[in-house]
Design a protein around this ligand. Sequence first.
Ligand code: C2E
Ligand code: CA
Ligand code: CA
Length: 398
Amino acid sequence: MKFPGYGHAIGDEVLKEIAMRLERAIRKEDTIARLGGDEFAVVMESLKEAEGTMHCVQRLNAAFKEPVIVGDAQFVLSASIGISLYPQNGTDAHTLLRNADTAMFKAKEAGRGTFQFYVEEMTRYAVERARMEADLREAVERGELELHYQPQISLKDGHVVGFESLVRWRHPELGGLAPDQFIALAEDSGLILPLGEWVLRTACRQVTQWYSEGKNPGRVAVNISACQLGDYSLLDVVRTVLRETGCRPEWLELELTESSIMTRTQQAVSVMSELREVGVQLAIDDFGTGYSSLAYLRQLPIAKLKIDSSFIRDVSENEVDAAIVRAVIALGKTLNLQVIAEGVETCEQEDLLRAEGCDVVQGYYYSRALPAAEAGEFLRQEQHHSTKAVTSEPESLS
Ligand code: C2E
Ligand code: CA
Ligand code: CA
C-alpha cells in the first residue's frame, strides 16, 4: 500500500488498521494473512456454498466503509475481492491462490469495492492481459495512441470555452479501444506515467497550435490519474511540457477525480497548490461520487466542479438526482467555483441545468469527442457563426 508523500509510517498504520478490521470481519475458524503490499488472503473452510460466501464478502467489504484516519490524514479505501472455491477451482493451495488472484484483477477492473468469482475463462483473460500490457508498453512509441477532444460549451452565451482531451488506442489487431479498456491496466502497471505524459504533451501542443492559428479554444482539460497525482514528478512534468510546447499555463486545465484527491488528501493539496502556482487551472472530476468533506473542499486550490454524469443521466426524471445537481451548483456558487455538467445528451437536461445556473456543459448533445482536425473544424465553424452574431464581444478566456 503506497501513500507517496506520506512515508512508510503512515502506510504501515493504515495497513494495521485494515488488518485489524479484516480480522474482526472473519469467523474464528478462518485464517487471514497478508501476502505482501496491499494484498491479503483469507482462507474460509466449510462455507455453505455461494450464500455463505456472499455473506463473508459483505462483511469483508464493510470493513472498508469507514475511512481510515491516521493523524490528521484520512483515507477512503476499498477492496477488490477475488474468490476461488475448493475443489472446483483447484485442489492445491498454489492453484487456489493463483485463481483467486486472477479473479481479483478482474474485480479491480470492474471498479472499486467489487468482487469476482473465479471462472475458467479468466485464465485466458489473464494471458490476454499480460499481452495487452506488453502492447501498451510500446503503444506510445509506435504512435498508436490518439487524443480526441470534446467541446465544453458555456450556457451563458453558447461559446466553446474549452475541450476535454480523451485518449484512444488504435490497437494493431484489436482496433480502436476506449480508455475503459486500458486505463486501469495502465494504472496497475505504472504505464500511466509515460502515457499520461504523452497525453499532456499532445494536448498542450494542440491547444498551442489552435491559438497560433488564431482560433480561441479556451482551455484544454487533461485527465490526471490518482497514480500521477501520487507522484511528485507530476509538477516537473507539467512545467517541462509547458515550456517545451510553448503552451501557456492558463490554456491548460487538469481534471483530478474527487476520489483520487480524497485518498491522498495532504499530498494532493500540496501538489495541487504548486500546480496552481504554476498557473494551471484545476477541476474536480466525477464530483459527487467521492465523499469529499465540505471543510476540505474549501481548502483546495480548485476553480471548477465537474458534476458526475451519473447525476445528469436521469436528472430530468429523477427528483433525487435533480436535487443533487441543484445542491452542487449552489455549492459551486457559494465557494465561487465554476460548475460544469458532463454527459448532457438532451435538450431537457440542458434546460434544467440552465435554469439551475450551471455554467458550462459537455456531452453528446453538443458533440462527441472529436479527432484534432475535426475539433479544430468545430471551433472554426462555431466561431465563424458567433462572430457573425456578436461582433462586439472581445475574445477572451473566461
Ligand atoms: P471521464 O473523465 O469521466 O470522461 C468522460 C467520458 O464520458 C468520456 O468517455 C466521454 O467520451 C464520455 N461522454 C462524453 N459525453 C457523453 C454523453 O453525453 N453521454 C455519455 N454516455 N458519455 C459521454 P471515454 O472517452 O470513454 O473516457 C472514459 C474515462 O477514461 C474518462 O472518464 C477518464 O476517466 C478516462 N480517461 C480518458 N482519457 C484519459 C487520459 O488521457 N488519462 C487518464 N488518466 N484517464 C483518461
Ligand atoms: Ca474527465
Ligand atoms: Ca467525469
